[in-house]
Ligand binder design. Structure first.
Ligand SMILES: Cc1cc2nc3c(=O)[nH]c(=O)nc-3n(C[C@H](O)[C@H](O)[C@H](O)COP(=O)(O)OP(=O)(O)OC[C@H]3O[C@@H](n4cnc5c(N)ncnc54)[C@H](O)[C@@H]3O)c2cc1C
Length: 375
């Protein structure tokens, strides 16, 4: 297996970081970065080795997303949602799904994403309104999914639906982007992560073969909590730790370089030193918390779930705090596009509102530590 982190750092430095400002300004999909990750085999990070992938873990994912987000939040988010889709397929792949999806993913030829959210269900993505209706040996899907990152750039989507019979629970289906009746619309208008192309998906009588079911009917809820939740939460925690680190490094560099007429730098002012200390501590604690939670998840520690949930709370809150401090350090210049700090600040605001949101996670963590049932 190649040194995943070294490979990611090289791509981040050579391809991703140099395009970050342009992708943000033009609000365009980070095609170059995603293709470079594909050529390096990193789109197959969570594909098992026997299917040609790197066989990485959620700890590798969190480390990779942290590096990518420091370079470009949009690229990191697109990569993360692809990895979440990959993790779902990898968890229960049939031999046919392995050939049709996992091997091409490992070769960098297919990009995936999750189509979970619906306007009506909001942050409670585990309670979809769409149902998989049986018809002539196929599933038929009707409805609308919102916030589908990668959007029309994805080749396949993991769609969560109610199963054909309500008592079965939830299904997860692999839907090819070109399926008749599946159509993306709208443009991403969020304040940050401008290139993540998170748009709406319309499903009008989309017919999906039985072979596109992940696992068995009713396996959806288990896949959400055992596969999607740890993968997404640790990956997005890595993203937020990376955004915080990027903003801190930019603010530090600016504080050292910006000189007043008397020759003093910003970094020599005590108030700025206090901010730098705050940011340094926040970045390192968030990053360490995420890494520790990921290591626990990989080992299967008894308290892993608690640490995983809290990692997103900590990383997203610290990303908001650090990017705000970075703007304070950089003053008026930080408020303009002349420095990337304003981009980090806008990008960092997404983490806390992405499901499971900070409020929902705090409730779950609070209940867990207090021994109160989650549901
Ligand atoms: C940049 C970005 C990318 C995304 N990418 C994807 C993607 O690829 N795939 C996908 O499926 N989804 C994606 N999402 C959607 C995301 O995960 C959420 O589902 C979506 O943001 C929910 O928005 P909402 O306005 O409906 O929230 P609402 O459900 O209306 O929530 C609004 C507020 O109320 C709080 N709240 C709601 N219920 C409770 C409760 N019971 N207790 C306490 N507080 C509560 C929430 O925490 C939040 O602060 C993305 C979102 C963003 C911002």
């Amino acid at each position: 297996m190649p040194d995943i982190l070294e490979l990611t750092k090289r791509i981040a430095n050579e391809t991703v970081a140099p395009l970050a400002a342009e992708i943000d300004r033009e609000r365009r999909f980070p095609r170059e970065g995603i293709e470079a990750l594909g050529r390096a085999g990193l789109l197959g990070l969570l594909v098992p080795e026997q299917a040609g992938g790197l066989g990485g873990t959620v700890a590798d994912l969190a480390a990779v997303t942290e590096v990518l987000a420091e370079a470009c939040g949009s690229t990191a988010m697109c990569f993360l949602m692809h990895c979440c889709a990959t993790a779902v397929v990898s968890a229960k792949a049939t031999p046919e799904q392995q050939e049709r999806y996992l091997r091409p993913i490992a070769r960098g030829e297919k990009l995936g994403t999750l189509a979970f959210s619906e306007t009506g269900t909001g942050a409670h993505f585990y309670s979809p309104e769409i149902s998989a209706v049986h018809d002539n040996g196929e599933f038929v899907l009707n409805g609308r999914k919102s916030f589908v990152t990668n959007g029309d750039k994805a080749d396949f989507l993991i769609v969560v639906t109610n199963a054909s019979s309500p008592e079965l629970g939830l299904d997860m289906l692999i839907v090819d982007a070109g399926s008749p009746g599946a159509r993306f619309d709208g443009v991403w208008e969020g304040i940050g992560l401008s290139g993540n192309n998170s748009i709406s998906l319309r499903l009008d009588n989309v017919r999906v073969p039985q072979t596109a079911l992940v696992g068995a009917e009713g396996d959806g809820m288990g896949l959400i909590f055992q596969v999607v939740a740890p993968t997404f939460i640790l990956g997005v925690s890595g993203v937020n730790a990376g955004l915080a680190r990027g903003a801190y490094r930019q603010a530090l560099g600016h504080a050292q370089a910006r000189k007043y007429a008397d020759g003093r730098s910003l970094a020599e002012i005590q108030a700025i030193q206090f901010y730098l200390s705050d940011m340094f501590g926040a970045v390192e604690s968030a990053s360490l918390f995420v890494r520790n939670a990921a290591a626990k998840a990989v080992r299967g520690d008894e308290d892993a779930v608690l640490h995983v949930m809290q990692s997103k709370v900590i990383a997203s809150e610290q990303a908001i705090r650090v990017t705000n401090l970075a703007m304070q350090v950089c003053g008026g210049q930080g408020y303009t596009r002349s420095l990337p700090v304003e981009r980090y600040l806008r990008d960092a605001r997404a983490g806390a509102v992405m499901a499971p949101t900070t409020e929902v996670l705090k409730e779950w963590v609070g209940k867990s530590v207090a021994g109160v049932p989650l549901f």
